[in-house]
Ligand binder design. Structure first.
Ligand code: SAM
Length: 228
């Protein structure tokens, strides 16, 4: 009777079928999806299957926030805007198309994808007022000013361990005249409600501006508390 196959046998079998050069798969499954918001057509590249993890796709909460801008007829003309945890950059790109002076941020590994989408979608006159740069919550927010008119975040409340550093970053960036829009899938398993109902109200005034019952997505409009 043949000996049962051990893990190393299985691995050897797989090695004979799949190439071992991991670099070959570093940027597999790029997709390009088109979206329409506020009279603009956006073409967004999403590098699925790469090292980007959750930064690769466009999340529903980002689309909900873009839709909210459209429904509310928001424009950002002359406004200083910063997006946190931008992923593909779709929200910041729309804010730039709507006139904002926009800084789009995420962890360093996501910047290449954001830059690609910025170049795909923004005409020169918008490019000159758009920046893409690294901002890791709780680490390098001090390099940014505290006078933004708008701070935007879509689906950035999903890792409980990061909640204190995200709050610290918002406290630094949010001035007395700033408005923060946070669009969030309300995931029970990630204690998203704890962030919005307990942690955030300690330092900010927060109001539910919109709820999509079907998608379980909330959009909060947040400002600094008068006394902080
Ligand atoms: C679920 S994705 C949302 C992406 C995009 N906003 C959207 O809705 O399509 C979460 C984003 O937060 C970013 N992120 C996670 N932890 C971070 C941290 N500590 N500092 C900065 N960005 C972070 C990820 O890189 C990712 O782009």
């Amino acid at each position: 009777m043949a000996a049962p196959r051990v893990a190393s046998d299985v691995e050897a079998g797989l090695e004979s079928v799949f190439p071992q050069e991991l670099g070959l798969f570093a940027d597999v499954f790029p997709t390009e999806t088109r979206y329409q918001f506020c009279g603009h057509e956006l073409s967004i590249a999403q590098h699925h299957g790469s090292h980007l993890g959750v930064a690769a796709p466009v999340w529903e909460a980002a689309l909900a926030l873009c839709d909210y801008f459209e429904k509310q007829k928001l424009n950002f003309w002359g406004q200083k805007v910063l997006e946190l945890g931008a992923g593909t950059g779709i929200v910041g790109i729309l804010a730039a198309l709507l006139g904002g002076d926009v800084t789009i941020t995420d962890l360093p590994m996501a910047l290449k994808q954001i830059e690609e989408n910025v170049c795909r979608n923004l005409p020169v006159e918008c490019l000159t007022r758009t920046k893409v740069c690294a901002l890791s919550w709780g680490l390098d927010h001090m390099e940014f000013p505290s006078n933004y008119d708008f701070i935007l975040g879509a689906d950035i409340v999903y890792l409980k361990d990061t909640y204190p550093s995200l709050i610290g970053t918002l406290q630094h960036l949010c001035g007395p005249l700033s408005t923060i829009y946070l669009s969030s899938k309300m995931r029970q398993e990630h204690s998203t409600a704890l962030f919005f109902e307990t942690l955030l109200p300690t330092h900010f005034t927060s109001k539910l501006a919109f709820r999509d019952e079907n998608e379980n997505i909330n959009i909060y409009k947040v400002t600094r508390k008068n006394n902080t």
